[in-house]
Ligand binder design. Structure first.
Ligand code: ZN
Length: 245
């Protein structure tokens, strides 16, 4: 199994020391990740440092260096308690709102990124929460790809291409099947031992950069595959809650 990396919560005021520490590991192994940039961050939990003035130029530099940019929501504020169609969490910036409202939010995010010279057709939903209206609003705004869902290869559903995330890292690392799956990384909250873990992953596994993952032909996913994914996400939500009790 090939492993791709996505980094969430990229903002001008993120924890830069941890970001840089993780980037050093990726650079060492030549891995180019997908990064989720929040167009207009309003979430205080993501604000951990003084904002870097040259943030947007730096993001463009990363893009020139082969990194891939996704739009990570608009403001990263959870204003609904919906899990949407991939209910790993029951909170969302988008799921639960009307198509018109979501269209407006997505278009605003896209405009903000464009005002900084950043263009992308990849969406990363805060908390993995999106619904059918989110997908329609994304399509209306020219988005074609979503980083989420469960599976072992890119798949097509609702007229979008999905790049699945790992449901269970342990079993992915042991798997001998062919395919490609994304490991989700939040550097802001990473502990030392997690940096060591990723060093090991990059060293011992077959890694794939996002720009190469986009060259793969997606498989078609039908209604049963979609239902299965939804059940798995619900089960994972319940398990995580039980474990934290
Ligand atoms: Zn996030």
């Amino acid at each position: 199994m090939r492993i791709a990396i996505r980094m969430d919560d990229i903002t001008p005021d993120m924890d830069w020391d941890k970001f840089n520490k993780f980037k050093t590991i990726l650079d060492r192994y030549g891995v180019k990740p997908l990064i989720g940039v929040v167009p207009d961050n309003q979430d205080p939990k993501l604000s951990l440092n003084e904002a870097h003035e040259d943030f947007w130029d730096y993001i463009k530099e990363l893009q020139n260096d082969g990194w891939t940019i996704a739009m990570h929501g608009l403001s990263h504020l959870y204003t609904t308690k919906e899990g949407g169609i991939f209910p790993l969490n029951h909170k969302s910036e988008f799921a639960g709102y009307s198509y018109d409202k979501q269209c407006e939010m997505i278009s605003k995010g896209k405009e903000l990124l464009a005002s900084h010279g950043i263009y992308t057709d990849i969406f990363m939903a805060p908390s993995h929460s999106y619904d059918v209206n989110t997908i329609e609003a994304l399509k209306k705004n020219g988005f074609t790809k979503i980083t989420d869902g469960f599976g072992y290869e890119p798949y097509e559903r609702y007229g979008m291409t999905f790049y699945p995330i790992s449901a269970n890292r342990g079993s992915v690392l042991k798997s001998s099947r062919d395919g490609a799956v994304t490991f989700v990384v939040h550097t802001n909250t990473m502990k030392d031992k997690e940096f060591d873990y990723y060093e090991q992953v990059c060293q011992n596994q077959s890694m794939i950069s996002y720009r190469d993952l986009f060259r793969e032909t997606p498989v078609r996913r039908g209604i049963f595959g979609a239902l299965r994914e939804r059940l798995m996400a619900s089960a994972k939500y319940t398990l995580v809650r039980l474990r934290s009790k």
